[in-house]
Ligand binder design. Sequence first.
Ligand code: SF4
Ligand code: ZN
Length: 313
Amino acid sequence: MSSSTCTKCGGSPFYARRYSGEVLCQACFRASIVEKTRRTIAKYGMLRRGDKVGVAVSGGKDSLSLLEVLSSLSEVKGYELVALTVDEGVDGYREESIEHADWLAKKLGVTHVVVSYKELYGFDLDAALDWKDERDVSSCSMCGIFRRRAIDEAAQRAGVVVIATAHNLDDYVQTFMMNLMHGDVDRLGWLDPLIVDTDFPLRRIKPFMEIYEEEVALYAHLSGLPFQSNNCPYMHEGLRSEVRDYLNELEAKHPGMKNVLLNSSVQVSSKLSASGGPEPIPCSVCGKPSTRGICNVCRMKRLVEQHTKYTPD
Ligand code: SF4
Ligand code: ZN
């Protein structure tokens, strides 16, 4: 925080944006987040007039903020919103965030579609992870495979043409670096800011991708959005939290470094995406596009089912 006044309106200072030299009061800070989102959407042509947009809302601070910001822009931009939530089935954790998502959707007058793992796959995450311990896969990687498909399902039910997720700048750069560290070059292309799904014509957009994580958290706080009181018990960040700490250290020493890394990551992703990845082939079980004969969702599902058959209740 700084002792000078807001560089926009002269009001009392609240936030010093070190990389730009701006000092902002609370109202100007909130307005700056909405404006940054608007500019990101325009820069990448993320939304078009008349679009029906599904916002993936987990109920955490980032996704609630995204729903609120997109709602405030929707009239000017002329698109319609639907909130999409996935209930993974984590006893004692998910209920609260779903309530938060539902509360905000109602407050903003947005339809809320909830799909659950149980309904889609026949088991919830608690049951699936009971099996997982024996396997060489992290909880979040496995959960992420199921969640992506579940969001697609919710999107189809809601009839949306765009899925907006609340990935912020830190998430984007962390994911880019983690893909590099895992040697997963194909996935770098998936980070292209505007991915059109080959399965059904669905755009995937990240309107917060140019906003620092700490700024999204401050926006949520200033907007009085509810905070989840506990974390998912299966959360296992491993390498990601080391990358996060490293990026924060770099940013503290060199303000703006995260912005530079974002720009470089976007350029690399867009070039890789334009050069095309491996040609998808239909999964032999569910028919969705996959890079091998059977898609990740069906592979994981089969493993969970095989295990649960041998597990006495
Ligand atoms: Fe799934 Fe990981 Fe999120 Fe828990 S923290 S809901 S395991 S992705
Ligand atoms: Zn499949």
